[in-house]
Design a protein around this ligand. Structure first.
Ligand code: TZP
Ligand code: MG
Length: 236
């Protein structure tokens, strides 16, 4: 599973009033799946464990209809209870090595990284992909540690390329402030940013919250983003 995942349009959910409002998260995700998101992370910082499991089960059902992996933010226990495809772990969450021991080799483990050192450690511990950010300042995650910009992401990509081995195989998505107006520029700026190499690698996808969940029509927003991504090298 972990190696053949399509990360190109990575939806991260949000259940807050500011972004989801009074709409139903399951319905919003169902529409985004119809629009073409390729992977979904259920991110919910406020529900209790029972509610997280119940919502995650419903989201998993929707994702399965489209053969799209569902990952759970922060909570390995919830991912295990639901039997979904994996987790996304931040720097303050469970250690990747512990998570791997609990989840096994077939599940996907992603890690948030903001620096070369964090990327190095996440790869060493066995992350399948890195969520690199924060790209641009965003209202969605106000307490974000670091805005690293395109240059910060390029630095991490270049390190991964030069380190070789597991580092150049690890998948990458960028996150923070990506929307339909800037997605092509972002992909372009991150294309072939690494040292001259026989097989230059770039980001494998963009992770998006508000430009999908916060829109009136999540299906249309996702389908538009998908078209923009698929018409931009290296995705084109
Ligand atoms: N991690 C870094 S930025 C961010 C997360 C979860 C939120 C990104 O949200 P948006 O609305 O796509 O800018
Ligand atoms: Mg976390």
């Amino acid at each position: 599973m972990a190696s053949q995942v399509d990360y190109s349009l990575y939806l991260v959910t949000d259940s807050t009033e500011a972004i989801l409002g009074s709409r139903d998260l399951i319905e919003v995700v169902a529409q985004a799946l119809q629009g073409g998101v390729t992977i979904v992370q259920y991110r919910d910082k406020s529900s209790d464990t029972g509610a997280l499991i119940s919502t995650a089960k419903k989201l998993h059902e929707e994702c399965r209809k489209h053969n799209v992996p569902l990952l759970i933010n922060d909570r390995v226990d919830v991912a295990l209870a639901v039997g979904c495809e994996g987790v996304h772990l931040g720097q303050d969450d469970m250690n990747i090595v512990e998570a791997r021991r609990l989840l096994g080799d077939k599940k996907i483990i992603g890690a948030t990284v903001s620096s070369v050192e964090e990327a190095r450690i996440a790869v060493e511990r066995g992350a399948d992909y890195l969520g690199i950010g924060t790209l641009y300042a965003t209202q969605t995650k106000k307490n974000t540690k670091e805005i690293i910009g395109v240059n910060g992401i390029r630095r991490i990509l270049r390190y991964l390329d030069e380190a070789g081995g597991k580092s150049s195989d690890v998948k990458t998505v960028c996150i923070g402030g990506v929307n339909a107006s800037n997605v092509q520029r972002v992909i372009h700026q991150l294309y072939a940013p690494r040292s001259p190499s026989s097989k230059p690698k770039t980001i494998d996808g963009v992770a998006i919250v508000s430009a999908i969940v916060g829109t009136k029509d999540p299906k249309e927003a996702s389908s538009n983003l998908q078209k923009l991504i698929k018409s931009t090298p290296p995705f084109a």
